[in-house]
Design a protein around this ligand. Sequence first.
Ligand code: PGA
Length: 257
Amino acid sequence: MRKKYIAGNWKMNLNLADAKDLASGLDAEIKNLDGIDNVDIAVCPPFVYLQRIIGTLADSPIKAGAQNVYFEANGAFTGEVSVEMLKDISCPMTLIGHSERRHVMGETDELINKKVHASLAGGIEVILCIGELLEEREGDQTEAVCERQLREGLANVTADQMANITIAYEPVWAIGTGKTATSDQAQEVHAFCRKVLADIYDDSVAQATRIQYGGSVKPANAEELMSNPDVDGVLVGGASLKVSDFTGIIKAGLACG
Ligand code: PGA
């Protein structure tokens, strides 16, 4: 059975003091929960706070990851951060291809695939985000978009490397909008994505790969979403910024685990 994986994406929010309070507050809340080892938990702070939060969570089951990474090792890439730099501060994981990177910053599947390869080569675990825009859903393109983003994002990634990849299905119309996909809509796309993984790799890779749902996840809807057979956790934006909300979502994961 796949272990549930709850990740928080803090995006460009908080200040240093609030980020540290959030990390230590979460750690204090979840430490004593029964069966906490039955879920994986991560938070992704803004880059400037990442090293500090890794320190704050040094003895915690919560890992701190990056929201993004660049594929080149070093050089004239102003504003970018490399895999080596993440390793240097003992950062174990990164998000790649978040919809805001794709649609606000213009990242392509080709660029995302390079970032995936650089991360895996450096031993950094990846959460690869995919998902359709509202007009793509309305135009019946959801499966085509998710399939393309999976095939191109994972191009030349080996079956062995898939052990270090989590997929996050995040319908763009559900991110930060308060409009969550229904539980059935989420399950349907997750099952489809698993079919695509089985086609790219094989059934055992497809069955082993965790697929998170993201988009307006809250304590009130997290359990229903994660009780679906193909929803292996959640990637949470807004509700990951509050200790009580994120803890509620972690409890929902434990209840489904
Ligand atoms: P949201 O963001 O939970 O605020 O909708 C999710 C995400 O962007 O990962």
